[in-house]
Design a protein around this ligand. Structure first.
Ligand code: SF4
Length: 470
């Protein structure tokens, strides 16, 4: 599980090329790098962030004062505990820690939260997201206690969305009922696949039936907003198993579905194992099949990976939506990502270093980046395109020009490739363009960030499993 998946390739600048050259190049790259799969939220990307020399919460949250004074914000809490670590895991987590250790960590998160109490006083949180790791690995009382602490110490909107990520082997009706009673109203279940053999291959601790039971228990406990994470590109996965997965999703009809492609890095256990993966072509077919099934069953596609159904708030995954809208995000816990507008930053991913910092009353912040006025325009475009639409009116209001004045040739090339539609007010990805939303958004990186990214050696330790053996 985990909300942010990084996958980056930024090898080329399009800002000074003519329309036909851009078109030819994009077509070639799309063919070569169909791997545009995954969600990469921050811009500039995390790999180019530098050591943060931030001394106090005031310094962080005052930086953008007067520019982006949203009165709403979100809260993310990273709980890095799992029963054991899945073979494909790329997130900050640990396997098999005791309940006492998890409880101690939750107490540190409370202490960290307290340091932000004053600077967040003027804001109301309209979403809270417990991610990890497996938040439901914590004992029910400990998780409920942490939630209650946050609710008691910050301000929230009346319809605040409170999401808890869960693995099917760590929940039952009683636990879910308690969490529901404490205010949790959205559950995100890490299903990945319902196929028992594939689940075993990737070292998940549950079978398909347990996922269905977790879903039914959540419904019975009163969760009316449930997300399911599904993965494609897994070892030994075939179109046949994927179709069966999607059949089950179409029967259960969770409110939202997130489709993730398997990506892996050198530090994941799966890397280098002698396994057979579906080819890039099959993976793209899986994605398209999944997308079509969801659209046929009444889901709308909000961005490349995320599908929503029913009469819920349009943004019924506030956390992700608001990250991409650059609303303020306060992240707590080891590795947690925060976004004070114009200043994305993250905590140290080292759990011990995080604990020591909190114990000694230091901020556990590791890296961040101050977004310059020049970079703001690129930032606006990149994040807008990840959400499938850029508001031209907002761009003009903020920067005194329309996006075409800055990105004319690139936008024209994408339009001729039928990847974007451009009206007087909006630049919108077409259904074809949405498939490549991550790839397209990367084309709008500034040259400065692109160059830094190249120096940082993007993709050095990242790859997508390609058909056959790796
Ligand atoms: S459930 Fe698996 S993939 Fe998710 S954080 Fe835990 S170990 Fe990683």
């Amino acid at each position: 599980m985990g909300a942010i998946e990084q996958q980056i390739n930024v090898s080329k600048s399009y800002h000074s090329m003519d329309v036909n050259d851009i078109k030819a190049d994009i077509q070639q790259r799309l063919f070569q790098e169909e791997e545009t799969l995954g969600i990469e939220i921050p811009y500039p990307p995390m790999e180019v962030w530098e050591d943060a020399k931030i001394q106090s919460p005031e310094e962080i949250w005052d930086f953008s004062k007067g520019r982006y004074d949203h009165d709403k914000a979100h809260l993310y809490i990273h709980l890095p505990f799992c029963v054991s670590v899945c073979d494909y895991c790329i997130f900050v987590t640990t396997g098999g820690k005791s309940a006492v250790e998890a409880r101690r960590y939750a107490d540190l998160v409370k202490k960290e939260a307290s340091t932000y109490k004053d600077v967040m006083r003027s804001r109301r949180f309209d979403s809270v997201y417990f991610g990890g790791g497996t938040p439901t690995y914590l004992r029910t009382d400990d998780l409920a206690d942490l939630l209650k602490f946050l609710l008691d110490n910050f301000n929230f909107t009346e319809d605040v969305e409170i999401t808890i990520e869960a693995s099917p082997d760590t929940v039952n009706y009683e636990k879910l009922s308690t969490l529901r009673n404490f205010g949790a109203n959205r559950l995100s279940i890490g299903v990945q696949t319902f196929n028992d053999t594939i689940l075993k291959n990737i070292n998940r601790r549950h079978n398909g039936e347990k996922s269905i039971n977790a879903f039914n228990a959540a419904r019975k406990a009163g969760f009316e907003n449930i997300n399911m994470d599904l993965m494609y590109g897994l070892p030994n996965q075939t179109m046949d198993t994927w179709q069966k997965d999607m059949d089950i999703v179409a029967k259960l009809l969770p409110e939202t579905v997130t489709l993730y492609a398997l990506t892996f890095r050198r530090h994941s256990k799966i890397y280098g194992k002698d396994l057979v993966y579906p080819s890039s072509k099959i993976k793209m077919e899986m994605y398209e099949y999944g997308r079509n099934i969801l659209l046929e069953n009444g889901y709308s596609q909000l961005n490349r990976n995320f599908f929503t159904r029913g009469g819920f708030r349009n943004n019924n995954f506030c956390y992700q939506d608001n990250c991409l809208h650059s609303y303020p995000l306060l992240g707590l816990g080891a590795s947690a990502f925060s976004y004070a507008p114009l200043l994305p930053y993250c905590n140290t991913p080292d759990i011990e270093a995080y604990s020591n910092a909190i114990d000694k009353d230091f901020l556990p912040i590791a890296r961040g980046v101050f977004i310059s006025p020049e970079e703001e325009k690129y930032h606006y475009m990149v994040l807008g395109l990840k959400l499938a639409a850029v508001d031209k009116t907002g761009f003009k209001k903020q920067f005194g020009m329309v996006p075409e004045e800055m990105f004319g040739n690139l936008l024209q090339a994408l339009k001729e490739l039928r990847m974007v539609g451009i009206s007087d007010t909006t630049i919108r990805l077409t259904p074809d363009g949405i498939k490549y939303a991550d790839f397209i958004s990367r084309l709008f990186y500034s040259d400065e960030i692109r160059n830094k990214a190249m120096k940082a050696g993007f993709n050095r330790d990242k790859k997508s499993p390609e058909g056959g053996r790796v």
